[in-house]
Design a protein around this ligand. Structure first.
Ligand code: NBP
Length: 478
């Protein structure tokens, strides 16, 4: 009896995803480069289940039903190319190779074309939700060869997280051709960066602005999790404020070093936004905030030299807490608006017919950014598939309007108190820029034309113009 599904790479993600697939009634053949891991898995977590352990890729391919479905969950990069090269001669026309890793979308664009040229099908599938998601129900963002989707749909939708009133809507839909699935996964990760940074700013303002204790922070986040901010990240943040260090009995969060790392998907999104010329300022701010956190020793030295205010907020505490909530919600809306604008620009550039409502739905469960708020985004794109910016959907226009006063107070207060809130402030700057019919770029174009004859366009006439600014200017006083 041949297996329904093949999996390569038995690290945390691969093992858990394989167990998930098997738990839905499928038989799974598994292979790992280091053979001992395969044997340990088969003897351990896979014991008594419908698994076949394979020591070679030949064995793996031979043990699968056709069309074969082989999913790689290995370290992104050259390992994926190497495995594809090994698989190609072993597989037949119509067989499917899937990459479930955090691959840069352009690699998936290239690999899809390459594998299709060889007569096989390829799917770059974003997998989100970490190890627990992989085991119990991830968010899956499949892209690649369209002909692969009907073959993958049943297994993928059965293992994916489920949402909706009856918990029956899978967080897995076909995303689009070639690298589209991995691009959507990358934007998801970038949005995750923004969400986390904004929550951290809220925490810092509440801690240093009005001196909330961890117990009080717990209550604030518990309260926020009942409203429009309800989400996995708010929930785990709440939990964190309750955890005591087993060694010292103090709050563990206060023992954690304030130096953050990154694996690179946020940076990719930011770099690609620059390439596309779209302002995804929040993911960029979040990446830079991590960079600044990373120079801990330099910050400790600077803290002894550089001046800044030391006072705390003198207004009403509860009112300030509400304002911080408003700032968080409004900034979050800006971040998602930017993410979808970037997706739209990428879709136009790469000719991917993306369904943005579905993208929001895929993130509704299973993954780190899962939140109720994504239902509103889905509704906005269902109502208008070509919505040019989320901010223009009536629900969000109105939500921002309600949050605006508090948000402005928080950004102003952060500046006055000297508490860094780059995402809140940057989000507000984006909002104020986007909502203005006029920006100071008229002066910018004048400067460019003055020093470099870069020409300019006029508000009152069609065409391209250049002025002799130097000749026309008022003579400066000597
Ligand atoms: P890793 O990213 O740590 O990769 C380890 C696996 O890759 C092992 O099975 C290893 O085999 C295999 N491998 C390597 Br490394 N080089 C190989 C090669 N040249 N040929 C064959 N196999 C090779 O595993 P992970 O953390 O489970 O993540 C898997 C993928 O899923 C990654 O792309 C990751 O970015 C992505 N992802 C991870 C998470 C998460 O929460 N960890 C979430 C979402 C997505 P070996 O045992 O022989 O060394």
């Amino acid at each position: 009896e041949k297996c329904d599904f093949g999996l390569i790479g038995l690290a945390v993600m691969g093992e858990n995803l394989a167990l998930n697939v098997e738990s839905r009634g499928y038989s799974v053949a598994v292979y790992n480069r280091t053979t001992e891991k395969t044997d340990a898995f088969i003897a351990g977590r896979a014991a008594g289940k419908k698994f076949v352990g394979c020591h070679t890729l030949e064995d793996l391919v031979k043990s699968l039903k056709t069309p074969r479905k082989v999913m790689m969950l290995v370290k992104a990069g050259p390992a994926v190319d190497a495995i594809i090269e090994s698989l190609l001669p072993l597989m037949d026309k119509g067989d499917i190779i899937i990459d479930g890793g955090n691959t840069l979308y352009s690699d998936t664009e290239r690999r899809t074309k390459y594998v299709e040229e060889k007569g096989l099908l390829y799917s770059g599938t974003g997998v989100s939700g970490g190890e627990e998601g992989a085991l119990k129900g991830p968010s899956l963002m499949p892209g690649g060869s369209e002909a692969a989707w009907p073959e993958l749909k049943e297994i993928f939708q059965s293992i994916a997280a489920k949402v909706g009133p009856n918990d029956d809507i899978p967080c897995c839909e076909w995303v689009g051709p070639r690298g589209a699935g991995h691009y959507v996964k990358m934007v998801h990760n970038g949005i995750e960066y923004g969400d986390m940074q904004m929550i951290c700013e809220a925490y810092f303002l509440l801690k240093h602005g009005i001196g909330l204790t961890n117990e009080e922070l717990y209550d604030v986040f518990a309260e926020w999790n009942k409203g429009e901010l309800q989400s996995y990240l708010i929930e785990i943040t709440r939990d964190i404020f309750s955890v005591k260090d087993e060694k010292t009995g103090d709050f563990l969060v206060d023992k954690v070093l304030d130096r953050a790392g990154a694996k690179g998907t946020g940076k990719w999104m930011s770099q690609l936004a620059l390439d596309l010329g779209v302002p995804s300022t929040l993911v960029t701010t979040a990446v830079y905030a991590r960079s600044l956190s990373a120079v801990k020793e330099a910050r400790v030295r600077a803290s002894k030299v550089l001046s800044g205010p030391t006072e705390t907020y003198s207004g009403d505490k509860q009112e300030f807490i509400n304002h911080v909530r408003d700032a968080l919600y409004a900034s979050k809306i800006m971040s998602y608006a930017q993410g979808f604008v970037q997706l739209q620009a990428a879709a136009a550039e790469h000719d991917w017919p993306l369904n943005y409502g579905d993208c929001a739905l895929l993130w509704r469960g299973g993954c780190i950014i899962r939140a109720q708020f994504l239902d509103r985004i889905k509704e906005a794109f269902d109502a208008d598939a070509n919505l040019e910016n989320l901010l223009l959907a009536p629900y969000f226009t109105d939500a921002v309007k309600k949050a605006e006063a508090g948000w402005r107070n928080v950004v102003a207060t952060a500046a006055t108190l000297g508490i860094p809130a780059p995402a809140f402030a940057g989000a507000l700057a984006y909002y104020d820029g986007y909502r203005r019919a006029n920006l100071p770029a008229n002066l910018l174009q004048a400067q460019r034309d003055y020093f470099g004859a870069h020409t300019f366009q006029r508000t009152d006439e069609e065409g391209t113009f250049h002025a002799e600014w130097l000749k026309l200017r008022k003579e400066p006083e000597a």
